[in-house]
Design a protein around this ligand. Structure first.
Ligand code: PGA
Length: 229
């Protein structure tokens, strides 16, 4: 079983934050710290589209992977589902295209507060997983990552209880054959202070980090603390 253990990924999801100049200033600082961060953690930084070229130049030859281009691509984030018309079907077609192109899709799923209160959390995320990976072979599932992001926890400072997140993530892992080796990340108000309590859970293989990834020292501290569990 040990060879099947999912790898650990901590990804900074910058969304629309940081110009190319901001990106350069951030990476100049972050890359000084990166070599000392835990080697077993795959670090991904996903800047907004206009800053990708600057980031690509700076990250070339470093241990930090670029998100949204060349290696990883975040798909199905709730903000895109809510504001940009992203549907289960369009997420599925992007997942399949990304796999064809040799990219690593990080597929985000999660429930609203209303769905949680109605006891429909598991039903919702299971449906999102089934839809996202329709037509994807089980051997291809080893090349994807999943982020469980309860929508009510994103950007609110109200993080999901780690044991509850782990319970939902176990349910996600059980949906399809082939997800046993797939990294499943937690996202939603993860920070340097709470990351270790997530990493201590058996089904948590890293984090998809928004607000707490925007400061280079803070993100470096978060990655360092991810290995403390
Ligand atoms: P947050 O965002 O860490 O700011 O809650 C996470 C995400 O939206 O990926």
């Amino acid at each position: 079983m040990s060879d099947k253990r999912p790898r650990t990924i901590v990804a900074g999801n910058w969304k629309m934050h940081k110009t190319a100049a901001d990106t350069v200033a951030y990476l100049e600082r972050f890359l000084v710290r990166a070599p000392a961060l835990p080697a077993e953690i795959e670090i991904v930084i996903a800047p907004p589209f206009p800053s990708l070229p600057a980031a690509e130049v700076m990250l070339r030859g470093t241990r930090v992977r670029l998100g949204a281009q060349t290696t990883h691509v975040i798909l199905g984030h709730s903000e895109r589902r809510a504001h940009c018309g992203e549907t289960d079907a369009s997420v599925n077609s992007k997942v399949r295209t990304a796999l064809e192109q040799g990219l690593t899709p990080i597929v985000a799923v999660g429930e609203t507060l209303e769905q949680r209160k109605a006891g429909r959390t598991d039903e919702r995320v299971v449906a999102q997983i089934r839809a996202a990976f329709a037509g994807v072979r089980s051997d291809e599932l080893r090349r994807v990552a999943i982020a469980y992001e309860p929508i009510w926890a994103i950007g609110t400072g109200e993080n999901c209880d780690p044991a509850e997140a782990d319970r939902v993530m176990a349910a996600i892992r059980g949906v399809l054959d082939g997800l046993d080796a797939t990294p499943i990340l937690y996202g939603g108000s993860m920070n340097a202070g709470n990351v270790a309590s997530y990493m201590a859970q058996p089904n948590v293989n890293g984090g998809l980090v928004g607000g707490a990834s925007l400061d280079p020292d803070g993100f470096a501290a978060l990655v360092a603390n991810a290995a403390l569990a």
